[in-house]
Design a protein around this ligand. Structure first.
Ligand code: NDP
Ligand code: AKG
Ligand code: MG
Length: 418
């Protein structure tokens, strides 16, 4: 397949040092995927805001050289029918180490499997990092949304989310059910003739590398606790083991000691001297407690599907997924993306909130060490919301707000950068 990518002439690749640290030139090439649906609205808005922030922060000294790469619908137009995610796209993300993407559509029930999941699995981006905090003035269903300040570490490569499943009535599912019944002595499958089966792989290695990242984040960011969220009372050997491996890791690698009879434990942050508490909670109880007592929770480490649900629920507490950023991170590769999807009913209408994509880019700038530009983006977003010039999702819940389109909101952010 011939290349469809135009590599910017004046840009240079970000490289990795011997310890895996990023070496970011002043003219980095950053690949981006526009995305399906509202990707055509939010991605250009993000590019404009980031370019403005970088130019304002560093004048001519630094500039991002964007390189479009393709996935989803646009990939099929560029590479041909049925090529939803090309090797060239995957390789570009590997080669350039830092990239950003818009949302990609996954059809429900049949059709292609999730390209988002494929990107995470094929690039081994095992951490889905989704910080959730309140921006003053954002309309929220809570009385005290400012009490929600959590950072979700969602395991991104395993669990039922991996999509290992067989359709009801298929030849494959009968083979799986026969195997379970005949060879494994499983007698609990109700309606075996009409049953679909899904598999939930959860490993010690996969769980520990995610939880380790959450502990390290808590250390480097002076956070007070890490909560392991699981449904281990029901799924004992997958979700329950995730919790057990988390406590074991805290003891083995971080010197944690039990609090009272346990299982909660704590270890000293080597950077601040403060204690970091490691605790666990069952997922359903967690979902009610984040509404009633959000300040009890800080860093959260959880499995893939729980993390998906928790991300949207927590985003709603601070104003919705229009403003919820995120990143998929592996060893030496980071792919930033919004928490929301393609919102097809709004696609191409220049209507939705680009805040989630813009704040994902803000996380990307922090990851690159371009802190001054990141701060300009964050302050621009804060001031624009404080001025009540907002997109439809906020405007419908605010009194006295001025409705702005997606691109106008981005222009306002640029105008509000200090
Ligand atoms: N990482 C990814 O690429 C993701 C992809 N998806 C995919 O996206 C598709 C659509 O999924 P769906 O379940 O509808 O979820 P979406 O997140 O796309 O949209 C659900 C609702 O959230 C609100 N919303 C979403 N984005 C914004 C925004 N930028 N600004 C303001 N409001 C927003 C809208 O609410 P309202 O109607 O109230 O205005 C929208 O109807 C599916 O194919 C799904 O698989 C889903 C999640 C993540
Ligand atoms: O891959 C998808 O289509 C959905 C992904 C999703 O909801 C998420 O990662 O939060
Ligand atoms: Mg989701």
């Amino acid at each position: 397949m011939s290349t469809q990518l135009s590599i910017p002439n004046d840009g240079q690749a970000i490289t990795l040092g011997e310890q895996g640290e990023l070496h970011v030139p002043d003219n980095p090439i950053i690949p981006y995927i526009e995305g399906d649906g509202i990707g055509v609205d939010v991605t250009p808005a993000m590019l404009k805001v980031v370019n403005a922030a970088v130019s304002k922060a560093y004048a001519n000294r630094r500039k991002i050289h964007w390189m479009e790469i393709y996935a989803g619908e646009k990939s099929t137009q560029i590479y041909g029918e049925n090529i939803w995610l090309s090797d060239e796209t995957l390789q570009a993300i590997r080669d350039y180490h830092v990239a950003i993407k818009g949302p990609l559509t996954t059809p429900v029930s049949g059709g292609i499997r999730s390209l988002n999941v494929a990107l995470r699995q094929q690039l081994d981006l095992y951490i889905c990092l989704r910080p959730v905090h309140y921006f003053k003035g954002v309309p929220s269903p809570l009385k005290h949304p400012e009490m929600t300040d959590m950072v979700i570490f969602r395991e991104n490569s395993e669990d039922i989310y991996a999509g290992i499943e067989w359709a009801a009535g298929s030849e494959s599912v009968s083979q799986v059910i026969d195997f379970l019944q005949q060879s494994m002595g499983v007698s609990e499958i109700r309606f075996p003739e009409q049953c679909a089966i899904g598999i939930k792989p959860v490993s010690e290695q996969g769980s520990k590398r995610l939880i380790r990242a959450a502990f390290d984040y808590a250390i480097h960011n002076a956070r007070s606790s890490v909560t392991l969220v699981h449904k281990g009372n029901i799924m004992k050997f997958t979700e329950g083991a995730f919790k057990d491996w988390g406590y074991q890791l805290a003891k083995d690698e971080y010197g944690a000691e039990m609090i009272g009879e346990g299982p909660w434990c704590q270890f000293q942050n080597p950077q601040t001297g403060e204690m970091i508490v490691v605790k666990d909670v069952i997922a359903d109880a967690f979902l009610q407690q984040i509404l009633l007592r959000p300040s009890d929770y800080d860093v959260v480490a959880t499995l893939n599907l729980n993390g998906d649900y928790i991300s949207d629920a927590l985003a709603a507490q601070v104003g919705g997924i229009g403003i919820a950023p995120g990143a998929n991170i592996g060893d030496g590769i980071a792919l930033f993306e919004a928490t929301h999807g393609t919102a097809p009913k709004y696609a191409g209408q220049n209507k939705v909130n680009p805040g989630s994509m813009i704040l994902s880019a803000q996380m990307m700038l922090v990851h690159m060490g371009w802190i001054e530009a990141a701060e300009l983006v964050e302050q621009g977003v804060e001031k624009t919301i404080a001025a009540k010039t907002v997109t439809y999702d906020f405007e419908r819940m605010m009194t006295g707000a001025t409705l702005r389109s997606c691109s106008e909101f981005a222009d306002d952010i640029i105008a509000q950068m200090p």
